[in-house]
Design a binder for this molecule. Structure first.
Ligand code: SF4
Length: 323
């Protein structure tokens, strides 16, 4: 059994990419040091913040809520709330909502739950059926991602958030990066990074990813040592997404060539920084709902009209929607 590189006690985690191992106590110290370094390096927070943590009930977002609650207790001027988006996914979301409520109450984090059904007009399960009836491509994660991002921003603003924290980790970010490269989606590529949402645009709440430099496995270890690793339930649509396969291949590469994930992230940061300079520019306001948009109408409104969940205004040309 590996021994802790700091104290020699049995290790619970081996960081192959740096050739070190850690016992529970020294893992937590090492984890905390690296998250604080991430926060400083990317200038994520200001002196006064009303922090809203986007929580799904999964391990990453629970870890983000746990970490931010603890951190905020040491920083006067910071308050923390949590926000959960209920997409309406049968046999999945109810379990994660239960976990979310249990921990939010135990850690005394006030929270709000916003549902697709109430805000968008249908649950994700219903949206998928509607999409099928209308002959639209089968893309649960695309609908889910668009509506979730839209509602997170809208609800966080309503909660008075100055910053929105998400639990995205190193693995999530490099998967998104490679997915956008493989799909030649350069505009989305340009919107990646540890801090997103454009500070100067009143419609956006700044978003920060506190686990940006932390591999997924380490967030798992953090949640296990702290005793809140949630019951494993998987979204029924997860395995259908491109991300599922990509995640598997990246993990194989990391196992064989430790440090691969960090090298991909370095490339990502260089490419995104160059792209932001070239493609920068203020987003517009959606002419229908007033939320931020890259064109005249935001993607959430386009999809709602396409799915028959909203009447298009007279001036809008439905043929302009790209599927
Ligand atoms: Fe939504 Fe896809 Fe994630 Fe399921 S796997 S919660 S459908 S993005």
């Amino acid at each position: 059994m590996a021994k802790c590189s700091v104290c020699g006690r049995p290790a619970v985690y081996v960081a192959k990419y740096e050739g070190k191992a850690y016992c529970p106590q020294h893992f937590l110290e090492w984890f905390d040091k690296r998250v604080r370094k991430t926060i400083r390096k990317y200038k994520m927070f200001r002196k006064k913040e009303h922090i809203v943590v986007a929580v799904s009930g999964g391990k990453d977002s629970l870890a983000a809520m746990h970490y931010m609650k603890k951190l905020s207790e040491r920083v006067p001027g910071w308050t923390v709330e949590a926000l959960l988006i209920d997409e309406g996914i049968k046999d999945y979301r109810p379990t994660t909502i239960k976990d979310f409520k249990k921990w939010a109450e135990e850690w005394e984090v006030p929270y709000r739950i916003v549902s697709f059904k109430e805000e968008i007009g249908a649950s994700l399960d219903e949206i998928i059926i509607k999409g099928h009836e209308l002959g639209l491509p089968y893309q649960p994660c695309s609908y889910c991602g668009v509506f979730r991002r839209y509602l997170l921003n809208k609800a966080a603003k309503e909660m008075g958030a100055t910053v929105l924290v998400t639990g995205h980790n190193l693995d999530d970010e490099i998967q998104t990066f490679l997915m956008n490269i493989m799909r030649h989606d350069v505009d989305r590529l340009a919107r990646l990074g540890p801090v997103t949402g454009i500070a100067e645009h009143e419609g956006f709440v700044r978003r920060v990813k506190i686990f940006y430099d932390i591999p997924e496995k380490e967030v798992v270890v953090y949640s296990m040592i702290n005793g809140f690793f949630p019951e494993f339930v998987e979204c029924p649509y997860a395995r259908l997404g491109f991300r599922w396969d990509l995640r598997h291949y990246i993990n194989l590469l990391e196992e064989k060539y430790p440090g691969t994930k960090f090298m991909i992230q370095k490339s990502l940061l260089d490419i995104v920084s160059a792209l932001k300079k070239e493609r920068g520019g203020k987003p517009k306001k959606c002419n229908i709902c007033g939320e931020p948009a890259t064109g005249d109408v935001c993607r959430a409104c386009e999809l709602r009209m396409l799915l028959g969940l909203m009447e298009p205004p007279d001036w809008f040309d439905m043929k302009s929607i790209k599927i």
